[in-house]
Design a protein around this ligand. Structure first.
Ligand SMILES: Cc1cc2nc3c(=O)[nH]c(=O)nc-3n(C[C@H](O)[C@H](O)[C@H](O)COP(=O)(O)OP(=O)(O)OC[C@H]3O[C@@H](n4cnc5c(N)ncnc54)[C@H](O)[C@@H]3O)c2cc1C
Ligand SMILES: NC(=O)C1=CN([C@@H]2O[C@H](COP(=O)(O)OP(=O)(O)OC[C@H]3O[C@@H](n4cnc5c(N)ncnc54)[C@H](OP(=O)(O)O)[C@@H]3O)[C@@H](O)[C@H]2O)C=CC1
Ligand SMILES: CC(C)=CCC[C@@H](C)[C@H]1CC[C@@]2(C)C3=C(CC[C@]12C)[C@@]1(C)CC[C@H](O)C(C)(C)[C@@H]1CC3
Length: 519
């Protein structure tokens, strides 16, 4: 495998040698000139799509029509589930949300064969500033939520980065951001869930009410019931984030500084690391503030600004540096470059000329990219790309980084600490106490010679299991069912499946997330 992968051309060069499909001229054009399609078709389409959704949710919010319609919509979900019961419960159910709209690399196969239930609930219902909660429907996206809450001076404590992630997906799967070392995973900021169960009944659960169900919902991937509303905690949002960049020049220094900033400094609201090689990284710590020092404001969302990860890299080898970023810009700092995935799609996207002329249309919507990618590009990614987030105990960070270096050698690596509270459910802290974990995110083209999508992933999965870690399940998982059960504690889940009579109603989690269940 060639090593010329620095700016994204690498993917294209890999396939040149490896993929037989590329021999046809159409495949060649699709791979080498994907950017033409993306720039002239997908970018404008993404913009129209975004404007439509923003306008829609603005109007609905202003009319305050969502709360009135909510009950009707829940009744419609119940009606579909009751019909399914009357029809003899023959095929299990899943939501009817099309696979291309979801934030994961693949389309779920099961949507084609299972009974599809329409759960089209996509509005913010109520902001209760006394109780400090926001009640939302499950299809509310992170972009929509931050656009609604921030102008009112509020935010949710964990705002996962990508605009199109939905509340439902983040609860049924999981969500993480750089404030997770203080607040935990996305489910840990949720106060209550409202669901429609297999028999068509509506059930509410929280720590106080139906608490067994409340703890079983996260990571259940829609296999216990359909989510219809969620109450999420809110906290005041200040205007800016004061961000400090600290360069590190060895693996040991990186692990030490990252752990110190996470564990020792209680005052850091946000902690993040980007490793640009095994020995080169920048650790970022940040706090919300209400004023910025003169001359230090950086509005990173402006269309002509460089990709955030490139900006961060420019601080490597420098003295610690401070800047102020508008809070919403900080929350979505990796959106414009889809972390660093955009470099494989628009290789010249960070060039100033491109940024000044077309930067305002970026990024293309992940869903539209997914919808239009075609077999050739899919195969290209399948064989030459590695996308994984592995959650490992903080104490194993160094070993984990060495494992990723050996198996894939992909940089940047995303480091995000999170607190794993002791609570029942799929994720059990091995020590029986609250523990600090770290999410290691690797997205890109492997630079090792022996990369094999299945074998490499299985080796990494095996390492993660050996250190009591967890795999994020939006990515490809090649674990066997037994391995999957040894990673995730199914005790409570199995009890809830029985209690709520789910066996005929929903597939099991493994049946939805394993590689075999995905196209
Ligand atoms: C803080 C806030 C929260 C909102 N939350 C929602 C929501 O969850 N769903 C939705 O569809 N629309 C929401 N809206 C939109 C709001 O309901 C509409 O703007 C409303 O239709 C305007 O009606 P009005 O002109 O009669 O009242 P206004 O004169 O605009 O409102 C009077 C005051 O009531 C308060 N208020 C109004 N609605 C809410 C509410 N739902 N929660 C808390 N305080 C409120 C605000 O402080 C506002 O200043 C919210 C607006 C605000 C300012
Ligand atoms: N920063 C972060 O934390 C990031 C997280 N992710 C991951 O992305 C995924 C979320 O993506 P998103 O596109 O929002 O969600 P998806 O549509 O992919 O949904 C994920 C799962 O949640 C289930 N689900 C969603 N809504 C409901 C509902 N109302 N009732 C019952 N089940 C539901 C889906 O069931 P069904 O299959 O039946 O539709 C599916 O199994 C998560 O897995 C998350 O971990 C990805 C990137 C970043
Ligand atoms: C926990 C965190 C922060 C996770 C971030 C995960 C992202 C980097 C992932 C989620 C969805 C994801 C797999 C995706 C892709 C890249 C990496 C993404 C964005 C892309 C855009 C790569 C190009 C592909 O042709 C295709 C369009 C199918 C996918 C879509 C999903």
């Amino acid at each position: 495998m060639s090593n010329k992968t620095k700016n994204g051309h690498g993917v294209q060069e890999e396939i040149h040698h490896k993929n037989p499909a590329e021999k046809s001229w159409l495949a060649y054009i699709l791979i080498h000139y994907r950017w033409v399609f993306v720039c002239f078709f997908l970018l404008p389409l993404s913009l129209v799509y975004d404007i439509y959704h923003l306008a829609r949710s603005w109007v609905i919010f202003k009319l305050n029509s969502a709360p009135k319609k909510h009950d009707e919509r829940v009744k419609f979900v119940q009606q579909q589930v009751r019909e399914w019961n009357q029809q003899g419960r023959s095929t299990p159910m899943c939501t009817a949300r099309p696979g291309w709209q979801t934030i994961s690399f693949r389309q779920p196969k099961y949507k084609k064969t299972l009974f599809n239930v329409k759960v089209n609930l996509m509005d913010v219902l109520e902001i209760d500033t006394e109780k400090k909660t926001v009640r939302v429907e499950p299809l509310v996206s992170m972009g929509q939520l931050s656009a609604t809450l921030n102008p009112l001076g509020w935010t949710i404590p964990i705002l996962p980065e990508m605009d199109d992630l939905t509340v439902g997906g983040l609860i049924m799967g999981t969500g993480i951001e750089t404030s997770s070392h203080k607040h935990g995973l996305f489910q840990h900021i949720c106060v209550s869930y409202e669901l429609v169960m297999a028999d068509g009944s509506a059930v509410k659960c929280s720590k106080e009410e139906n608490s067994d169900l409340y703890y079983a919902i996260p990571w259940s991937y829609g296999t216990l019931g359909f989510l219809t509303a969620v109450e999420i905690k809110i906290i005041p949002a200040l205007q800016f984030v004061r961000l400090e960049y600290q360069s590190v020049s060895s693996l040991d220094e990186a692990c030490r500084v990252f752990q110190e900033q996470t564990l020792k400094d209680e005052n850091n609201q946000f902690v993040e690391g980007l490793m640009f090689s095994l020995n080169r990284g920048v650790i970022m710590t940040a706090n919300m503030v209400n004023s910025a020092e003169p001359g230090k404001l950086n509005v990173i969302s402006r269309w002509y600004k460089p990709w955030f990860f490139k900006h961060v890299e420019s601080f490597w080898g420098q003295e610690p540096h401070v800047e102020y970023i508008p809070t919403r810009d900080y929350f979505h700092r990796h959106s414009r470059s889809i972390f660093w995935e955009i470099q494989d799609i628009i290789p010249f996207g960070n060039h100033p000329v491109f940024r000044y002329l077309f930067g305002w249309m970026v990024p293309p919507k992940v869903s539209l990219l997914k919808l239009t990618q075609g077999e050739t590009v899919k195969e290209l990614y399948e064989n030459n790309h590695f996308i994984q987030d592995m959650l490992v105990p903080m104490t194993t960070l160094k070993d984990a980084l060495l494992c990723f270096e050996k198996e894939v050698k992909i940089y940047p690596v995303w480091l995000c600490p999170f607190k794993l509270p002791m609570a029942p459910g799929m994720l059990r802290s091995p020590s029986g106490k609250q523990e600090m974990y770290v999410d290691i995110g690797t997205y890109g083209v492997p630079k090792v010679n022996n990369f094999h999508p299945v074998e490499t992933t299985r080796r990494v999965e095996s390492f993660v299991r050996s250190v009591n870690g967890f795999q994020m399940l939006y990515a490809d998982s090649y674990m066997t069912e037994a391995e999957f059960h040894s990673m995730f504690d199914h005790t409570l889940y199995n009890q809830m499946r029985k209690k709520y009579d789910c066996d005929k109603a929903f597939p099991r989690v493994y049946g939805k997330v394993s590689r075999a269940a995905r196209d």
